[in-house]
Design a binder for this molecule. Sequence first.
Ligand code: SF4
Length: 314
Amino acid sequence: MTVKQLQEEILNLKNQNDVIILAHYYQPIEIQEIADYVGDSLGLSRTAKEKASTEYIIFAGVDFMAETASIINQDKHVLIPNYESCCPMAAFLTPEMVREFKREYPGLPVVVYVNSTAAVKAESDICCTSANAVKIVENISQEFNVEAVLFGPDANLADYAEQFSNIETIKMPDKGHCYVHSQITVDDIKTVREKYPKAKLLVHPECIRIVRELADYVGSTARMYNYAKESSPEVNEFIIGTEIGLLERMAQDFPDKNFYLAKNKLVCYNMKKHNLELIRYLLENLNDKAFEVKVPSEIAKRAIKPIEKMLNFS
Ligand code: SF4
């Protein structure tokens, strides 16, 4: 069976069932093509909250994203095509570690990146994404009337938020990172810039600071997408410093522009654990509990507050 035929089968099954498919920009392009909504963490959180009126949500993303969708849609069934799709960055921070940091720094608000487990979110005051981290740090520090916040698990995003908010971010832990973004080096940028001297360099805030400082634009996946979309016609070459899925999406949506990866193999293997066959299986077995993501209600009740606070702030 060809990819096209499989996609058609999936779309037919989807139309016969009360289901919506959400996919992150880092998903394989053939999954993005059959999704009802494609976006970054913030966009998908909003969509899950505001637009998912169906009984079932199939979430093609990593586990914390499906958990977030489940927390804000307690009455719905959130299904993940492959439950081994986890984010290694989220594993850098445990709820015990957050409690320890809170004991060490009493009175400071806890900001956690949405790339964290539900149990960690439950320990926080507010969540953030790469799109709103600076604004969230500014707002929460004002609310608590402090000059520093606790921030985890990504030390690079924490550094980025500190750089542009002028509020100190105490990293929980100081080495939390994304293996995809943090592998981009200054030498990689020099090499790719030499090859494509006219291209604009767009990188993600999860990159290390010295790489961010070489970029023409630093932003979340959705913002990079919009940057390329809104660029004038003469700006038609872009070097992309994030996961390859976004590049594939942009290349498809903007055929008149050229996109190059900042380095080879910018692949999140955890995101790529889903495939069309697994999605078809789910559509044929919507009540298979093995694929349902359900956060224990005691944790969900506490985790929903920082998520909603973020959505209200941004
Ligand atoms: S790209 Fe990085 S932060 Fe995103 S899911 Fe993969 S490992 Fe986690």
